[in-house]
Ligand binder design. Sequence first.
Ligand SMILES: [Ca+2]
Length: 232
Amino acid sequence: MSQEFLLDFTNSRTSEFSLLRTRHSEFQEITLSMWLRTTDSTNMGTPISYAAMKPADNAASGSSPGSLVDNTLTVTDCASLRIYVNGVTIFTDVAINNGRWTSLVFTWRGAGGEWHLYVNGTEANSGATLRTEAIPGQGVFVLGQEQDSIGGAFNTRETYLGEIYKLNIWDHVLPEDAIQALAHSCHRERGNVVAWPDFLAGLQGDLQPKGSPIDMEIPSCEEHTPDHRYNK
Ligand SMILES: [Ca+2]
């Protein structure tokens, strides 16, 4: 299935989202890439949230189901981006609610907790999270809503308002040149944890895929990517 579609979240209803359950085991590293276009300045709009259960210490006994790690991996508030990893808030001080298509790439390494945020291919902020444990696996990704329980407990004030295009997630930190390539409209890479078309099967409410417009106002391959792989 082609990646050439976008999802447009046009209202604050909690009934419109896409839900995707992963069977992937825990994540030691993450690369999250997506294109967003939004003007929202009032909602704590959440393009993507991930919720998972932390395995119980005595999971081997099978007697305990473990506990929910709220905000296991979540991106929210496009007026001043906050990214959560294992419940820890990263305040990036990056605003992207300017009504233009914006490429966001977030990388995180469990070992050391180092994270980087790239906006349109340029590093906008970086740091280290305090906790360095792995992100629990076998959880639920939700586009457009913020989960407070696994796959639910959404809040209208945290609904994403705007468009999402080509959201992909990898279980490792991509090399610098690959991160750069993600900031160009023609990239064809697919995440090995989540590939953009995976979300089509979990669409809820009135949310329907739209063809990606040719006037997306995002950098063309020829202008910005000398790499021969991306030239037609
Ligand atoms: Ca939450």
